[in-house]
Design a protein around this ligand. Structure first.
Ligand code: NAP
Length: 288
């Protein structure tokens, strides 16, 4: 399958063309996103299959493992195909209990960018998201110092494009006053639609919105209405949830996570599911 035949076509992040169907690599680390996977060869196979299917957008972070996911990406895919764009994020680290404490001091961000470059084997990072808030979600407050540090690193030539993650709408606006923002990566799916207004506003500006937990993350999406539509279409709820996101807005990019080649293939096919107006109206009610 070539890039252009992946469901949803392509989107441009700054000057980088990516497939709207991307891949989220977090699930490749061990349990709790800590340590190595039980099946390292299987993890490498998932990454290689994503690229073979035409995916040109992989989402990662050095916080996954920590470092494990980036090292797997490098082992599987380096030297990278020219069309492939790896999006990473900084602003959180890991503690020994598997927590995700913030790491947004300028020195921590600088170190994180350099570690991502080393672990991914790159001279320049295509896109770096500043992760804000905490594990409970976005938190209000200025991002000026942290985002300004990433803007400086961009000026220094270590980063091509910037985004924000786990951000409030106000923080997106504040970031845009400091440097161009090409994407916002927040929690959003069929059942959790806090960002509906933000998605529409970003679509008007041509800024990508990249939902994390598109399939519900650690608690798979469950809804009677979703199951009913899936049964009617003879499809899985996962397929319907991904196809719905592609229909929801043209600026939505998918980064579903999986540690399974079979699930990855299912998701590529599933995201291309055609949804009728009747299906969309029924699905629209779930998260409203
Ligand atoms: N910015 C942030 O703060 C943040 C936070 C969380 C995640 N992220 C990013 O978002 C990406 C996506 O999130 P996520 O991976 O946590 O959640 P997700 O994509 O919503 O769901 C992943 C889960 O769904 C399962 N799954 C996937 N396809 C399936 C299928 N066809 N059939 C059955 N089960 C299936 C996976 O299990 P299997 O492995 O068994 O397939 C996994 O448990 C991550 O990889 C990461 O890059 C960002």
């Amino acid at each position: 399958m070539s890039s252009t035949s992946l469901p949803g076509g392509t989107w441009t992040l700054g000057d980088l063309t990516v497939t709207r169907f991307g891949y989220g690599a977090m699930q490749l680390a061990g349990p709790g996103v800590m340590g190595p996977p039980a099946d390292p060869d299987g993890a490498l196979a998932v990454l290689r299959e994503a690229v073979a299917l035409g995916v040109t957008h992989i989402d990662t972070s050095d916080a996954y493992g920590p470092h494990v996911t980036n090292e797997l990406i490098r082992a599987a895919l380096h030297p990278y195909p020219q069309a492939l764009h790896i999006v990473t994020k900084v602003g959180a680290t890991r503690d020994p209990q598997g927590g995700w404490p913030p790491a947004r001091q300028p020195a921590q961000l600088r170190r994180a960018v350099h570690e991502n470059l080393t672990n991914l084997g790159l001279d320049v990072l295509d896109l770096v998201n500043l992760r804000l808030g905490d594990a409970q979600g976005p938190r209000p407050g200025s991002l000026a110092e942290a985002f300004g540090t990433l803007a400086d690193l961009r000026q220094e030539g270590l980063i091509r494009h910037l985004g924000v993650s786990n951000a409030t709408a106000e923080q997106v606006v504040e970031a845009q006053q400091i440097a161009p923002v090409v994407c916002v990566q927040n929690l959003y799916n069929l059942a959790y639609r806090q960002d509906d207004a933000l998605i529409d506003a970003l679509a008007e500006q041509g800024v990508a919105y990249v939902p994390f937990f598109p399939l519900g993350g650690f608690s798979p999406l469950q809804s009677a209405a979703l199951s009913a539509v899936a049964a009617r279409l003879d499809a899985t709820p996962m397929s319907v949830a991904l196809a719905w996101l592609l229909h929801r807005s043209p600026n939505i990019l998918l980064i579903p996570g999986t540690s399974s080649v079979a699930h990855l293939r299912e998701n590529v096919v599933g995201a291309g599911l055609a949804l009728s107006d009747e299906d969309l109206a029924e699905l629209d009610k779930i998260g409203r």
